[in-house]
Design a protein around this ligand. Structure first.
Ligand code: C2E
Ligand code: MG
Ligand code: MG
Length: 594
C-alpha cells in the first residue's frame, strides 16, 4: 500500500513550457487534482520577474525552449535565490544521462518524462511538494533557533557589561567607553567616586535595602549626567565612575564634580528610612598617551582623604604613592631590624587620681624615613595585611614588658596594659588562641591586658570578630571599644558584644568644656555606658577644664597629654613614682565624688 500523501492543494505552482498544449494538459490535470493556484508561462524570460515578485512553491520546467533553455532558467533562479529557490521538476522528453546529471547538478528535485503518465505526474508533484514543505519547516525552525541563540547571546553580552543591581555599565563597559573616546582623541575626564556608607547599610539593613539605595543613587547621578555626553557606571559596589568629555582645565569638570557631590547632600528615602551616603571623588583627565585603565587609576589615586570633596590628579600624588610603596616594603623589614618599639601612655583613674595602667602604642624609627607617624604607617600596615604580623609583635612585646615590670616590682599588681587590635587581626581564625598561648608563656592574668578594637574593625567581618572576641572575653581579656562616637555608636547594639570599656573619641573631648552640644553628647554616653555596665575612658584630655568636666560627668578613666604623652618605658616608670595631685583641683575632685 502506498502511504497517503498530503495534497498541499494550496501550493503555488508555475508551469513553464513553450508548448501551450503541454501547458494546458498539465494545468487541466492539476486543476482536476484540486490544485487552485496555477499559472502557465510559455515564455521562459518571464519566469525570473514572476519569481522575484512571488516565489512559487513548485516550478514545472521544460528544458528545450526558445530564448532560454530550462537549464539557463534554473541557473538564473539559483543565482538569484540560492538555497531559498523554489522546488523545480524538469519536464523533458530526453532521458539521456547528460541531461539528468546536468539537471541534478542544478538542484532539480525530480523529472517528468513526456508524454506524461497522469498518476505518476500527480504522485511526483505531491512528493516534491511534501518534501518542499518539510524542508521549509526545517529551515524555518533553524532560523528561529538562530534568532533565539542570537537574542540570548546579545542578552548575555549585555549582562556581562551591566551592573546587575543598577543596570548601569560595569567595569568592562566603562573601560570600553573610555578606550573608544581615547582612540577617537576626544578629551576625556574620569570621576572616581568612593562611596562611604554602602557597606554599613548592607550590614545593618540587609542587601535588599542596599540594592534599593544603589538604585536611588543611580537615578540621582543619572539625572546629573543626563544633559552631558557622559557615561555613568559601576566600577564595583562601592566605587562608581563617570566618564565625560572634557579636559582637567575645563571649567565643566569642576562644575560637574560639584553637581555630582551635591547628589549626596540629601538623604535617600528607602523603605521609610532616611539613609545617608557620603562620597570622596578623584578626578583625572586624558593626556595624549594615556590608556583607559591608567586614567581610572589616576582618578582613584586622586581620591582625597576627606568625605564630600573632590581632588584632581597631579604628579605629586604619584610621588606620594611611590613613597607609600617604598615605605610598605621598609615596614615589612622593620620588625626584624628592630626599628619598631613601643611607647606607653598612662591611663589615670579619675576618682583615685592615679595611674592604673597604660596604652601601648607602636613607634617606627626608620633609617630611611625617620620617625614615621602611626597615622601614616598603621593604615599602610592595615591595607597590606602586614598589621597581622606587626600586631602580634606588639602584643608579645607589651606582655613581655608588663611581665618584666611586675617581676622587678616597678608596677603594682593591678597595673594593666591596653593594646590596639586591628580589624585584620580579628579576621584571623586563630587570633584568640594565639594571644591566649602567648599570655600563658608569661603567666600573666588576662584581666590586665585590655584589647582595644574599633567599631569599624568589628564591622568588617562581624561574625568572625564576634567569635574571636567571645573566646578572648571568656579567657578574661577586657575588651574596649576605641574611638567610640566615630562609628555606629549604638550602645544597645554594643551590649550584644562582650565589651566592657568604652573609649570616648578625642573629637568629643576636645570641646567638652566649651560646647554644650559635646557636653550633652559625652554626658549621655557616660550615663548610658554606666547604665549598661561599661567603664568609660576619655581619650585626648589636654586641659584642666576638660578634666574637671569629665570628672563631674562621672567618667572613670582619662588619658591624654594633660597627664603625659606616650612615653618610653623608662619615662613611664619614672612618672609612676610622681604625684598627679597638682592636676586635680580640690573643687572638681570633690564634685566628681558626689
Ligand atoms: P588610638 O588607639 O586612639 O591612640 C590614641 C592616639 O591619640 C595616640 O596616637 C596618642 O598619641 C594620641 N593622643 C593621646 N593623648 C592625646 C592628646 O591629649 N591629644 C592628642 N591630640 N592626641 C593624643 P598615636 O600614637 O599617633 O596613634 C594613632 C593611632 O594609631 C592609634 O589611635 C591607633 O589607632 C593606632 N595605633 C598605634 N599603635 C598601634 C598598634 O600597636 N596597633 C594598632 N592596630 N594600631 C595602633
Ligand atoms: Mg587605642
Ligand atoms: Mg583612640
Amino acid at each position: 500500500m502506498t502511504a497517503i500523501v498530503p495534497l498541499h492543494t494550496d501550493a503555488d505552482i508555475l508551469i513553464v513550457d513553450d508548448n501551450p498544449a503541454n501547458c494546458d494538459l498539465l494545468d487541466a490535470l492539476l486543476e482536476d487534482a484540486g490544485y487552485e493556484r496555477r499559472q502557465i508561462m510559455t515564455d521562459p524570460r518571464l519566469v525570473l520577474p514572476r519569481v522575484a515578485q512571488q516565489r512559487p512553491d513548485l516550478i514545472l520546467l521544460d528544458v528545450r525552449m526558445p530564448h532560454m533553455t530550462g537549464f539557463q532558467v534554473l541557473q538564473a533562479l539559483n543565482d538569484a535565490h540560492g538555497d531559498d529557490a523554489s522546488a523545480v521538476i524538469i519536464l523533458t522528453a530526453q532521458t539521456d544521462d547528460d541531461t539528468r546529471y546536468q539537471a541534478l547538478a542544478l538542484g532539480v528535485r525530480d523529472f517528468l518524462t513526456k508524454p506524461f503518465d497522469q498518476t505518476e505526474v500527480l504522485q511526483r508533484i505531491r512528493n516534491t511538494l511534501e518534501l518542499q514543505r518539510l524542508m521549509r519547516e526545517r529551515s524555518e525552525r533553524a532560523s528561529l533557533l538562530e534568532t533565539l541563540v542570537h537574542e540570548r547571546t546579545q542578552e548575555l553580552e549585555r549582562r556581562s557589561r551591566q551592573d546587575p543591581q543598577t543596570g548601569l555599565p560595569n567595569r568592562i563597559a566603562l573601560l570600553e567607553a573610555l578606550e573608544q573616546r581615547l582612540q577617537a582623541r576626544i578629551d576625556t575626564g574620569v570621576f572616581f567616586m568612593a562611596l562611604d556608607g554602602v557597606d554599613d547599610v548592607a550590614r545593618l539593613h540587609g542587601f535588599t535595602t542596599a540594592d534599593l539605595l544603589a538604585g536611588a543613587l543611580a537615578d540621582r547621578l543619572r539625572a546629573v549626567v543626563s544633559d552631558s555626553n557622559a557615561v555613568l557606571g559601576v566600577w564595583n559596589s562601592t566605587e562608581w565612575v563617570v566618564v565625560c568629555d572634557s579636559t582637567i582645565d575645563d571649567k565643566t569638570i569642576g562644575a560637574l564634580a560639584d553637581r555630582l557631590l551635591h547628589s549626596f547632600a540629601t538623604p535617600f528615602d528607602i523603605d521609610g528610612m532616611s539613609l545617608h551616603l557620603a562620597v570622596r571623588m578623584g578626578v583625572s583627565a586624558s593626556l595624549p598617551e594615556r590608556h583607559a585603565e591608567q586614567l581610572v587609576r589616576m582618578a582613584a589615586l586622586a581620591l582625597p582623604k576627606a568625605l564630600g570633596v573632590w581632588q584632581g590628579y597631579n604628579h605629586d600624588l604619584e610621588n606620594a604613592l611611590q613613597r607609600r610603596t617604598h615605605m610598605r616594603a621598609a615596614l615589612r623589614r622593620a620588625a626584624d631590624r628592630r626599628e619598631l618599639y613601643l611607647v606607653y601612655q598612662p591611663k589615670v583613674d579619675l576618682i583615685q587620681q592615679r595611674i592604673i595602667g597604660a596604652e601601648a602604642l607602636m613607634r617606627w624609627q626608620s633609617p630611611e624615613f625617620g620617625a614615621v607617624s602611626p597615622a601614616e604607617f598603621i593604615p599602610l600596615a592595615e591595607s597590606s595585611g602586614l598589621i597581622v604580623r606587626l600586631g602580634l609583635w606588639v602584643f608579645e612585646e607589651a606582655v613581655r614588658q608588663l611581665a618584666t615590670w611586675r617581676e622587678q616590682g616597678l608596677v603594682d599588681a593591678a597595673f594593666g596594659v591596653a593594646i590596639n587590635v586591628a580589624a585584620e587581626q580579628l579576621a584571623q581564625k586563630d587570633f584568640a588562641q594565639v594571644l591566649i598561648g602567648i599570655l600563658a608563656n608569661y603567666r600573666l592574668p588576662a584581666g590586665l591586658i585590655e584589647l582595644e578594637v574599633t567599631e569599624s574593625g568589628l564591622m568588617q567581618d562581624m561574625q568572625l570578630a564576634m567569635q574571636q572576641l567571645n573566646v578572648l572575653h571568656q579567657a578574661g581579656f577586657p575588651i574596649a571599644i576605641d574611638d567610640f562616637g566615630t562609628g555606629y555608636s549604638s550602645l544597645a547594639y554594643l551590649k550584644t558584644l562582650p565589651v566592657s570599656v568604652l573609649k570616648i573619641d578625642r573629637a568629643f573631648i576636645r570641646e567638652v568644656h566649651t560646647s554644650t552640644q559635646d557636653q550633652r553628647l559625652t554626658g549621655t554616653v557616660i550615663d548610658m555606658a554606666r547604665h549598661f555596665g561599661f567603664r568609660t575612658v576619655a581619650e585626648g584630655v589636654e586641659l584642666p577644664e576638660q578634666l574637671h568636666r569629665l570628672q563631674q560627668m562621672g567618667c572613670d578613666v582619662g588619658q591624654g597629654y594633660i597627664f603625659a604623652p606616650p612615653l618610653k618605658e623608662g619615662a613611664l616608670i619614672k612618672l609612676l613614682e610622681s604625684d598627679l595631685d597638682h592636676l586635680f583641683s580640690p573643687d572638681s575632685a570633690i564634685s566628681a565624688k558626689i
